[in-house]
Design a protein around this ligand. Structure first.
Ligand code: PMP
Length: 356
């Protein structure tokens, strides 16, 4: 740390992204990326002509992509916000709407806490129930901003829409942010109810279901006033938050919706296969509606399993939080990748028997 860093940030614990080691080629099941490439039409969308146009600034309003998303999801373009990954819209939302404090579950996306610390917003972490589900009544009538990932990460569990609606309806004077980063893998979106509530912001991403994690493209839906507030923050920090190539990729992606639906279906099938296999090996697997599963076994310590898999070239995500340190979060890859994972786990557990 330099001696110039503002005192406000000296104790800040930054978010730690999932590891991206370069020492060998891993089967990467640790950051919930898609195992599938973008649609062929998306790959072809970046031509030499597009690259040449990089001498010009990108469209700071993202008009074309907003219109495409609005059309796909049946909302008005002024209800759509575009961001550099959904992390950026989460950042802006904490900045813009978190003044009275924020509340979120104790086990959820780790960035919420970092934004709370960054903006010195008092936050309340409400423990998940014993079975890792969210008790929606804990989030009703809070008098502060509420942030719920639905489905939640890293558990993969979802709240029924009726319960999300009770949270939104019971906090009419504060923003409720529903983070739907993983909703395309079988979850229920709150989007159809967007017109009913003016305190709702739904955030989404192209990183998971749209196979574009490296493109850094997120979006959000909310009523036009909320979106205008977010635009104000964006135009006060980084008006050209999305580059030309990403905007182009975004438009081509929305145009290839069928390809992505199919990819999500494949992932759901592979998730069912993986869950069954892990259960047959004695794992407890939380019922997931995402592109990952959260699983543990009594036969082996969670961290030891993570390390043993890493040694065999398979990366999964382990968290040190004592409440979940026996679990690993495993991204659903291709069927072949998951077959390799299951074979490795079998081998590890067999080798481990004598030690038990
Ligand atoms: N929300 C949740 C719940 C996530 O797990 C992630 C991925 N790390 C994000 C948002 C942010 O993803 P991105 O910035 O790639 O859109």
């Amino acid at each position: 740390m330099s001696r110039f860093l503002d005192a406000r940030y000296q104790a800040l614990q930054a978010y730690t992204p999932g590891e991206q080691p370069r020492d060998m080629v891993y089967i990467k099941l640790n950051t919930n990326e898609s195992p599938y490439p973008p649609a062929p039409s998306v790959v072809e969308a970046i031509t030499a002509g597009e690259v040449e146009l990089l001498r010009l600034y990108s469209d700071p309003t993202g008009k074309e992509l907003k219109e495409k998303l609005a059309q796909l999801y049946g909302v008005q373009p002024d209800m759509v916000f575009l961001s550099n990954g959904s992390d950026e819209v989460l950042n802006f939302a904490f900045m813009a709407f978190g003044g009275d404090g924020v509340t979120f579950p104790d086990i959820t996306y780790g960035f919420y806490e970092v934004f709370g610390d960054l903006y010195r917003i008092p936050y309340e972490k409400i423990p998940l129930k014993e079975d890792f589900s969210i008790d929606h009544t804990d989030f009703c009538g809070k008098e502060k901003m509420v942030v719920i990932a639905n489905p939640n990460a890293p558990t993969g569990l979802s709240l029924p829409l009726g319960q999300v609606e009770r949270i939104v309806a019971s906090n009419p004077d504060h923003l409720v942010l529903v983070d739907e980063a993983y909703v395309d893998f079988g979850g229920e979106s709150f989007l159809p109810l967007i017109g009913k509530y003016d305190n709702l912001l739904i955030t989404r991403t192209f990183s998971k279901s749209r196979c574009l994690a490296g493109g850094r493209l997120g979006y959000a839906f909310g009523n036009p006033e909320i979106i205008a507030d977010l635009e104000k923050i964006k135009f006060s920090t980084n008006p050209y938050n999305l580059d030309r190539l990403t905007l182009r990729l975004g438009v081509a992606t929305v145009e290839a919706e069928d390809y992505y639906r199919e990819a999500c279906e494949k992932i759901q099938k592979t998730r069912a296969w993986t869950t069954a296999q892990l259960e047959s090996l004695g794992f407890q697997v939380l019922p997931s509606l995402t592109n990952f599963v959260f699983a543990k076994t009594d036969k082996m310590d969670g961290k030891a399993l993570y390390l043993a898999l890493k040694q065999r070239g398979i990366l999964v995500r382990h968290f040190t939080n004592p409440r979940i340190c026996q679990f690993n979060r495993i991204t659903i890859g291709t069927l072949e990748q998951m077959q390799a994972l299951i074979a490795a786990i079998q081998e590890i557990l067999e080798g481990n028997h004598e030690k038990l």
